[in-house]
Design a protein around this ligand. Structure first.
Ligand SMILES: [Fe+2]
Length: 383
């Protein structure tokens, strides 16, 4: 069947490998950056990771360092950072950290360019022109794919919801994948971020807006995660860290084009309302959401199963075997499988279901998913 319309674009150049940081100064200069504003957090500064990056800036000066990013960056923090960015006189932004850091950097650039309140610009395709400053992303986790995506998610603390922003203008101009920067990531965070990458690949592959280009990247990401996540969680394996970094970036490329689904809608609700970490939240719900979706596109789930080393005599059986493989991988990585394990009381399920049912990610789930469906999924995960 020929689709009505397919679009695939990647505004982000990618460099990577053991020597990827060596050329950072030249790369920034090539983007016209002379004074860079660094977005990171104080812990990454203390561990020396930020120093490891900025010592490669060459002739590029540091206009300022905003090191107050948190795992769940909020609107207030973004608006504070945007003020610091404006005062710094920087002509470029360098994000060093995980998804929250890179998303925060995107949001700073957005407020810096368009002014007003961050809340004014939420939603999809609401940004009419390119943002003022080129953004360079240096991820220190392997999972979010934010280094290549046109998306940002920011916590609205007042409403206890996640705000989503989606526009090609948000995408970094350059992503630098230096696997050595993930070497000290604790096993649990390696697992949680790795499962986020898996969820991006899986949700993009079964999305109603899937396309052949995103498909190729999604399946490649699934295969790499199957091969490398366990090794990366075990630690001390440079090849596995590189394998996971590239898989995470491929997952980001896939969902940047094909979007996401129910697992992310529910994870956004769990993060917004209950402050459950994003990777933990998606890992908790991904297999159950896949089981719900299985009959909508069993051949697609069978292909995912194949990437995870699972099979079956027919597409539905193969897809189910793939979902079991996800559950095994989750258990092997030490990630929780129950809401009670992340201190989410069952009494919150109706509110979580209502929130998730209105999340932007639910729109591209392969099967309509109502608040009642979501509540049933969460009830089964409660204890
Ligand atoms: Fe995610």
């Amino acid at each position: 069947m020929v689709p009505d319309f397919v679009e695939f674009g990647l505004p982000t150049r990618i460099t990577g490998g053991d020597d990827a940081l060596a050329g950072l100064g030249d790369e920034l200069a090539a983007l016209g950056i002379t004074r860079v504003f660094v977005v990171t957090d104080s812990f990454l500064r203390e561990t020396g990771l930020v120093g490891e990056v900025i010592r490669h800036l060459g002739r590029v000066e540091i206009a300022g360092i905003f090191d107050r990013v948190r795992p769940n960056s909020g609107v207030d923090l973004v608006e504070e950072g945007a003020g610091c960015l404006a005062a710094s006189g920087a002509d470029g932004i360098l994000a060093v950290g995980g998804g929250s850091h890179i998303d925060t950097a995107k949001a700073l650039n957005l407020v810096h360019t368009l002014g007003g309140r961050l809340l004014d610009h939420q939603g999809a395709f609401n940004i009419a022109r390119p943002l003022k400053l080129p953004l360079v992303a240096v991820p220190t986790t392997a999972g979010t794919g934010s280094e290549v995506t046109p998306a940002a998610v920011i916590w609205n603390r007042d409403e206890r919801t996640k705000l989503t922003f989606f526009s090609p203008h948000l995408a970094p101009r350059l992503a630098v994948l230096a696997p050595a920067l993930t070497r000290d990531l604790p096993a649990f965070l390696t697992a949680a971020t790795g499962f986020d990458a898996l969820s991006h690949a899986v949700e993009a592959y079964v999305s109603v807006t899937h396309n052949p280009f995103a498909d190729a990247l999604a399946l490649a990401a699934v295969r790499r995660i199957h091969r490398y996540l366990g090794r990366a969680v075990a630690g001390g394996d440079p090849e596995a860290r590189w394998g996971m970094q590239t898989a995470a970036t491929m997952g980001g490329m896939a969902f940047g084009a094909a979007l996401l689904g129910g697992a992310h809608a529910i994870a956004h609700a769990l993060g917004g309302l209950c402050e459950v970490g994003h990777g933990v939240a998606v890992a908790l719900v991904l297999p159950a959401v896949c089981s719900f979706n299985l009959d909508a596109c069993p051949e697609r789930f069978a292909a995912i199963a194949h990437g995870l080393g699972a099979s079956g005599p027919d597409p539905v059986s193969a897809g189910a075997a793939g979902i079991e493989a996800m559950q095994s991988l989750r258990a092997m990585c030490g990630l929780p499988a129950r809401l009670s394990a992340v201190n989410v009381p069952a009494a919150l399920i109706p509110a979580l279901a209502e929130l998730a049912a209105t999340d932007a990610a639910i729109v591209t789930n392969p099967k309509p998913m109502t608040a009642a469906d979501i509540a049933a999924i969460l009830e089964a995960l409660a204890l």
